[in-house]
Design a protein around this ligand. Structure first.
Ligand code: ACM
Length: 265
């Protein structure tokens, strides 16, 4: 059994120091084996230029971010945290994946950029990967928000052995509530969607985020879900070994039945 906390958290755009302080406060009062925060939780979302992102971006190895590494160690938790990343003159919409075992910690850089993100960030270059919790039998993959539109994201993580997909998000549409459970069903994986709430208005244009963070079971059923307007901590437990037998009747198995030779265009 593995415990999951999905944090619905609304940052203030540009206020990195205060967002980080609030994230640390939440971590102080949260106990779970895996803790998932939203996309760009340290910085806010609706940037209009690279110059703006440069003012909020942090290196993964910066003092500010490595303090979360210490917290992951102290809490013996994997912490998945969306942040604006600067690395060698590039800017990425990233998720830091902190393992209690520091050497396993990595960054996932968002593969599919959404809307005006393309003016602000570089396309992610890490590809998808999974990490194991060092003390728990669970394999965790990460994708970020708009990656959900591409079934390949969750499928690749499943083929890599993910039992749980962590999905830091800043979701602005509503159709995801239909599709995220599908991603869980078609791959037979748990899926933790950490979304944010609130509105960001920039230069006369507004984006609204719709909360409703979820943890879905591998059959697409919501295990826990959050409200649409306020920050909230969702807690539940999962049984990762239940995701590993991909059969759903005596004859069919969703991975073994694949015909990749016919998926080439
Ligand atoms: C999104 O990718 N933040 C919609």
């Amino acid at each position: 059994m593995v415990s999951i906390a999905t944090i619905q958290f609304t940052p203030t755009i540009f206020d990195v120091q205060n967002n980080i302080k609030r994230i640390k406060d939440i971590l102080t009062s949260t106990t779970a084996d895996v803790i998932v925060f939203p996309e760009l939780a340290t910085s806010g979302y609706f940037f209009h230029s690279r110059e703006e992102v440069e003012t909020v971006a942090l290196e993964f190895l910066s003092k500010e971010m490595q303090e979360f590494q210490q917290i992951a160690k102290q809490k013996n938790a994997v912490i998945v945290l969306g942040f604006a990343e600067s690395f060698e003159h590039k800017l990425y919409n990233s998720a830091a994946v902190f393992s209690p075992n520091t050497i396993e910690s990595r960054v996932y850089r968002k593969t599919h950029l959404f809307y005006k993100e393309r003016y602000c960030f570089d396309e992610g270059d890490t590809g998808f990967f999974t990490i194991q919790h060092p003390a728990k039998d669970v394999s965790i993959g990460t994708m970020i928000c708009y990656d959900w539109r591409f079934p390949e994201s969750a499928r690749v993580l499943t083929l890599q052995g993910a039992d749980l997909i962590a999905c830091p998000s800043n979701l602005v549409t509503h159709i995801w509530t239909k599709v995220m459970p599908t991603r869980a069903i078609e791959n037979k994986v748990y899926l933790a969607v950490a979304n944010r709430c609130g509105t960001e208005e920039r230069n006369g244009e507004e984006v609204s985020f719709n909360g409703q963070s979820h943890i879905y079971s591998y059959n697409g059923e919501p295990l826990v879900s959050a409200n649409a307007t306020d920050d909230e901590v969702l807690l539940c437990t999962i049984e990762p070994e239940n995701t590993r037998d991909k059969s759903f009747n005596s004859e069919n198995d969703i991975l073994k039945d694949r015909r990749p030779e016919f998926y080439i265009v």
